[in-house]
Write a protein that binds this ligand. Structure first.
Ligand code: 5AD
Ligand code: SF4
Length: 439
């Protein structure tokens, strides 16, 4: 029986969004329905991110605010999960006396038991990493929500240990999900009406490389493409060093694989890339980009760049600007380097001031704004094939995604939801396109 409310707040990446969905579904078995209002919730849960210092500070601020929701005499439960929980563990229970539960990134399966305990007044922290055999059986699978596009987790964790990154410490070692389980889930999703799957993992390109019985990521994509009702396949996130020629070839010969890729470069300077321990050079990155563009003309590339990494000189930064200019990303996620405790880079000394870093960030963002505009303008007047996924921004509009992942809004009836239509683009905005249905 549903007789309680859970308020869930998610910080950070798609992994966390996915985990939050799964938790909410799981806790419905214990009688919890989701609410958007923390003040009426029986349980408040934060799913947290620690990838940069700023993200972590946000979580701490929020945790401090939550005190006001702890109602006297009522058994409202406050829980924290995700990467900050993994990092800090039991310490959080000491710091925040009104906190009831702390659960790590490998401990979602313990939540029902933890929540039952908390309902009886128990405070508990669980942050142990679990062994791989158990992990294989605990991959998140189908959630109750129905939609046309779904994320499907194919691997978790990361073994790369890029020198600035906390992820391997808070998400644990890399593990590839069984391909049989992935395909079974996708077939079931297809039966339920899903038309697009987004294969999800910290580093999907290394899928299967360390599991002899599993296919490569390129082979996995070809197998997913065999599921006839699935008409579109996307994936995120990629590491350039593991981007095989075979995977690049998929963009040419698997029509269901959409023309879009997130391929973080992090820097355009070989010296900085070396210190970041990224495992590729500027030239090999650009070579992969050229091959991708040749395999799928018009492919849309997005990326991540960190500015102000320890020792980044003016010349290193110029190299980054020129790389961005050459790749022509449609969207770029730009970050100021943030030292993360326990990582290798945190031991390096920093010479740049905050203002110098911000000035670089500003130049990079200005350049990217121009490139984004140039690319988006080229869409005006052309046709895009859109899978209509829901209502649009304005009344009377519907919205969907083009093959390249851009959001397209246009006037149309909601009866179009679920179908593929041709839309002629009339106007380009930085993050979306506006068009007219082609009759
Ligand atoms: N400082 C700044 N940016 C970081 N990222 C990861 N770790 C850090 C850090 N310590 C960025 C990278 C990564 C994205 C998800 O976050 O660009 O690709
Ligand atoms: Fe972090 Fe590098 Fe792994 Fe990405 S590949 S999660 S940046 S360690």
């Amino acid at each position: 029986m549903i007789d309680k409310l859970i308020y869930m707040e998610t910080f950070g990446c798609q992994m966390n969004v996915n985990d939050s969905e799964r938790i909410v579904t799981m806790l419905s078995d214990l009688g919890y329905a989701p609410t958007n209002d923390p003040s009426v919730a029986d349980m408040i849960m934060l799913n947290t991110c620690s990838v940069r210092g700023g993200a972590e500070e946000k979580v701490y601020k929020r945790l401090q605010n939550l005190r006001i929701y702890k109602r006297d005499g009522k058994s409202q439960i406050i829980a924290v999960g995700g990467c900050v929980a993994q990092q800090e563990g039991e310490e959080l229970l000491n710091k925040f006396p009104y906190l009831d539960l702390v659960f790590g990134t490998h401990n979602l399966h313990l939540l029902p038991d933890m929540v039952r305990g908390a309902e009886q007044g128990q405070r508990r922290s669980e942050t142990s990493f679990i062994d791989n055999d158990q992990r294989l059986d605990l991959f998140p699978s189908i959630r109750a929500k129905s939609s046309l596009s779904r994320f499907v987790t194919v691997m978790q964790g990361c073994d790369n240990f890029c020198s600035y990154c906390i992820v391997p410490y808070v998400r644990g070692r890399e593990i590839s999900r069984r391909s049989a389980d992935i395909l079974a889930e996708i077939r079931q999703l297809a039966d339920e009406g899903v038309r697009e799957v987004v294969l999800l993992g910290q580093n999907v390109n290394s899928y299967g490389l360390k599991a002899e019985s599993e296919p490569s990521f390129a082979e996995l994509i070809r197998q997913v493409a065999q599921v006839s009702e699935i008409e579109r396949i996307r994936f995120t996130t990629s590491h350039p060093k593991d981007m095989s020629d075979d995977l690049i070839a998929c963009f040419g010969d698997v029509p269901k694989l959409c023309g879009q890729i997130h391929l973080p470069a992090q820097s355009g300077s070989d010296e900085v890339l070396k210190r970041m321990k990224r495992g590729y050079s500027r030239e090999s990155y650009l070579d992969k980009v050229r091959k991708l563009k040749a395999a799928r003309p018009g492919i849309v590339i997005t990326g991540d760049i960190i500015v102000g990494f320890p020792g980044e000189s003016d010349d290193d930064f110029e190299q980054t600007l020129s790389l961005v200019e050459e790749v022509r990303y449609i969207d770029l996620f730009t970050f100021v380097y943030s030292p993360r405790p326990g990582t290798k880079a945190a031991e390096l000394s920093e010479e740049l001031t905050r203002n110098q870093k911000l000035a670089r960030l500003d130049r990079l963002m200005t350049l990217q704004k121009r490139i984004n505009l140039e690319i988006c303008r080229e869409y005006v007047g052309g046709l895009q094939t859109v899978l209509v996924e829901g209502k649009g921004k304005l009344t009377g509009q519907v919205s969907g995604k083009a093959d390249n992942g851009r959001i397209v809004n246009f006037s149309g009836d909601t009866s179009l939801i679920g179908s593929f239509v041709q839309v002629r683009i009339a106007k380009a905005y930085p993050n979306s396109l506006l068009g007219e249905l082609e009759k």
